[in-house]
Design a protein around this ligand. Structure first.
Ligand code: FUC
Length: 743
């Protein structure tokens, strides 16, 4: 071990030691008593507000926990209508109902419904007629199925039936201990008068009922069971969707795959399935631990949230909602399609905003947190989806704008089709996510093969589309500031995102050492772009013309994209513009929709105002009962901690988690900034496993509002500046060598 004591640096570098290899800590460090669980004392009634989600990144379910009638509403992420011309919509798959004879909610005591997000395990327990009952539910990524088990202390306590329904009224077959639903999405439309889609996926779901003791038989299209000691139910579902245009987006019928996956799980045991699931999940989840100090309540989650909304701020709940964002990401975005507007949970065939991929903030916001919250694997489905729709987007973009490259409209589906407004800078905004993922992971292969080719194409769109003003300044023609104002030239949102894609692509070409000429052209164009302007009331102008209305409290802060998630404007390097952004953000107010509130948390964090960010956290962690669409002032959380626009929209969950990361650590401005926006309400705390750009994990401890210790775990060699308040130190990093900084 080497000890450095470099007093000329304002930090003291205490030690450089070999980093410990991270080990799976399932069961050892995180139990539900650690505060990582959502708990309720009654079954759910309303899907979006009360039922609890599980998911393996592809399959998902919302669980109600009813005693006499359990409802498990399930999804599979590729069940989409639509085609290359039209977004279509994400579809509900179906429900599994488990009815139990002679048991009722009313005659039950000790009822407890819990989602332990440190193990991704949902449980229901209760006592009925003196017998203790317990149910466990999880969605396994390694086994590719969902697993539910019903046990009781007394043998033979379960009698009842299992029923499968199909949201698209396909064929249901009950045979032996298996229920199967299958069909085609042909003829389904998003709107009554909507188009008939040319792509009609085939789908299949299977439910296998395994009994220990008693008997099982099929009856009236259901499976009934009698005198069973314990019951294990396996669910799998799939479609013939493939993310490949060359194959017409269709692959093999899902029957064989669904059958073999469920068959392999059947051969395993419940314990083995649960063990493999927990090990797999906790490998991701346990990387990051957060303790915000303060108070923690033992009340059921809905009551905690209610108290919090009434003004009793509770740091335990703030940390739980942070980790819930990570849980939802792991559960909805792994090795399949990206998390959509509702992650992958949807109970409707006509969901709000199609439960699609919106590109004027929503899909981008979903992925802000993936890397900072140390879940890089979860990013991959997003990059893969973008790659899959490129060719469709190119053809459509050529037809509309007569340019090379590609862009999108606001609403997007899985076949490349788009609807509603053109959001010309939407593709550049997606490319920002792609580049950022590289800056965190430094994965050159990903950059070379996946991100850079797309970034280059989006640059080409703007190379062809930009228009020169008489003095040579370059502007995006006929642009839009989502989602208000006129269409006109030089809209700040466009200008900032074009600067961003050009700037990042220059850096990407440099990192790969390729495309000199192209790189120099976009560097020159970047420098000629109409730059951000400060207007007459000190605001950052939303439009080229200085006409911002100080009373405009629109939910989108499109002209602040350069502050967050971009980095053209920041407190250190462009203080006047940062101040103008502060004036604009202030004018937008603190009350809005869920995702808008989450964005404001990120923006205030980037402006280093931790107390204001914390005020917005108070607005977001607000119990909402209403699910009617509200574009103005209804944002908050439902009792199940789903973020609401309203209605339910998951970007606010992910955006909140990203915001807390930004409050504790920033790395967008060429340095690692420790505790850049720590609010007074979090005087003492600790976080381990945050991720900074440069492929570095960072642990931070603070007390009385001041940094105590920070530990850097670099995964790669490099040099970095680290900042804490006014103190800055330059460090040389060696992969695997941990650096401890004490203040
Ligand atoms: C954008 C937002 C709306 C909503 C929708 C899904 O259009 O302006 O508020 O979040 O996406």
């Amino acid at each position: 071990m080497k000890i450095y004591l470099r007093l000329e640096l304002l930090f003291i570098v205490v030690s450089v030691i070999n980093a410990a290899v991270w080990k799976d800590a399932f069961g050892a460090e995180y139990k539900s008593s650690d505060g990582n669980s959502l708990r309720y004392d009654k079954p759910a009634i309303i899907w979006e507000k009360e039922a609890l989600p599980i998911g393996n990144g592809r399959l998902g379910a919302m669980i109600f926990g009813g005693v006499e009638r359990e409802r498990i509403q399930f999804n599979e992420s590729s069940l989409w209508i639509g085609d290359e011309k039209d977004t279509g919509a994400y579809q509900a798959f179906g429900d599994v109902f488990v009815e139990l004879n002679r048991q009722t909610n009313a005659t039950t005591t000790n009822y407890r419904r819990e989602l332990d997000i440190s193990r991704a395990l949902h449980t229901v327990s209760y006592t009925h007629n003196g017998v203790n009952y317990r149910r466990e539910y999880f969605a396994s990524h390694p086994a590719n199925v969902m697993v539910f088990r019903f046990t009781a202390e007394k043998p033979g306590a379960y009698s009842g039936s299992v029923q499968l329904t199909d949201a698209h009224k396909g064929k249901i077959v009950a045979e032996g201990n298996r229920l199967t639903s299958s069909g085609s999405l042909a003829g389904y439309k998003y709107e009554e008068k909507g188009p008939d889609y040319s792509i009609a996926l085939n789908y299949e779901a299977q439910v296998l009922v395994l009994n220990d003791g008693g008997s099982v038989k099929t009856e009236d299209g259901r499976i009934s069971f009698d005198g069973v000691n314990s019951l294990t139910i396996l669910i799998n579902a799939g479609t013939d969707y493939v993310n490949d245009r060359k194959h017409g987006w269709r692959g093999a019928n899902p029957h064989a795959r669904v059958t073999s996956q469920i068959g392999a799980a059947e051969k395993s045991s419940f314990r083995k399935l649960l063990g493999a699931h927990a090990a797999d999940y906790s490998k991701l989840f346990n990387r990051l631990k957060l303790n915000l100090g303060g108070s923690t309540s033992d009340l059921p989650t809905d009551q905690r949230l209610l108290k919090y909304s009434q003004g009793a701020r509770e740091q335990g709940l703030e940390a739980l909602v942070f980790q819930y964002g990570r849980y939802l990401m792991i559960s909805s975005s792994r090795d399949a399609l990206p998390a959509n507007l509702q992650g992958l949970w949807n109970d409707s065939i006509g969901p709000p905003w199609r439960s699609d991929y919106h590109t004027d903030i929503n899909i981008q916001m979903n992925y802000w947190m993936a890397d900072p919250a140390n879940l890089s694997e979860c990013f991959q489905p997003y990059a893969t989806w973008l790659n899959s729709i490129r060719e469709v987007r190119k053809a459509d973009t050529k037809a509309e704008f007569n340019t090379r490259g590609w862009t999108m409209r606001a609403e997007n589906g899985v076949f490349g089709g788009t609807t509603w407004q053109w959001i010309e800078s939407g593709s550049a905004w997606c490319m920002q996510n792609l580049w950022d993922h590289y800056t965190f992971t430094r994965d050159k292969n990903y950059l070379r093969t996946l991100a850079y080719p797309m970034m280059k194409e989006v640059c080409e769109f703007w190379q062809d589309r930009l228009k020169a003003l008489p003095d040579g300044t370059l502007v995006a023609p006929n642009g839009f500031s989502p989602e208000h104002g006129p269409r006109e030239d030089g809209v700040s949102h466009d200008q900032q995102l074009i600067w961003d894609i050009f700037n990042n692509t220059v850096a990407a070409a440099d990192a790969l050492g390729i495309d000199r000429e192209f790189r120099n052209d976009i560097a020159a164009k970047r420098d000629k772009l109409l730059a951000p302007k400060i207007g007459k009331w000190g605001q950052l102008q939303e439009w080229m013309v200085d006409r911002d209305d100080p009373k405009d409290d629109h939910r989108h802060m499109s002209h602040l994209v350069a502050v967050h998630p971009g980095n053209q404007i920041n407190v250190q390097k462009t203080p006047e513009l940062a101040e103008a952004a502060r004036v604009s953000l202030n004018a937008r107010g603190d009350v809005s929709t869920g995702w808008s509130t989450a964005w404001k948390i990120n923006l205030w964090a980037r402006l280093h105002d931790g107390d204001r960010a914390y005020k917005l956290i108070g607005n977001l962690l607000h119990l909402v009962g209403d699910s009617r669409m509200n574009y103005k002032d209804g944002g908050g959380l439902y009792a199940n901690l789903f973020d609401t626009h309203p209605p339910f929209q998951i970007d606010g969950n992910f955006g909140y988690t990203a915001g807390v990361c930004e409050m504790l650590l920033q790395s967008h401005a060429g340095e690692i900034h420790l505790l850049p926006a720590l609010p007074k309400a979090w005087p003492t705390g600790e976080v381990t496993g945050l991720r900074a750009r440069g492929n570095i994990e960072v642990d931070i401890q603070w007390r009385d509002g001041k940094l105590v210790k920070a530990t850097l775990h670099p995964k790669q060699d490099g040099v970095i500046k680290v900042r804490s308040g006014e103190k800055v130190v330059d460090l040389k990093l060696k992969a695997g060598k941990q650096i401890v900084l004490a203040s």
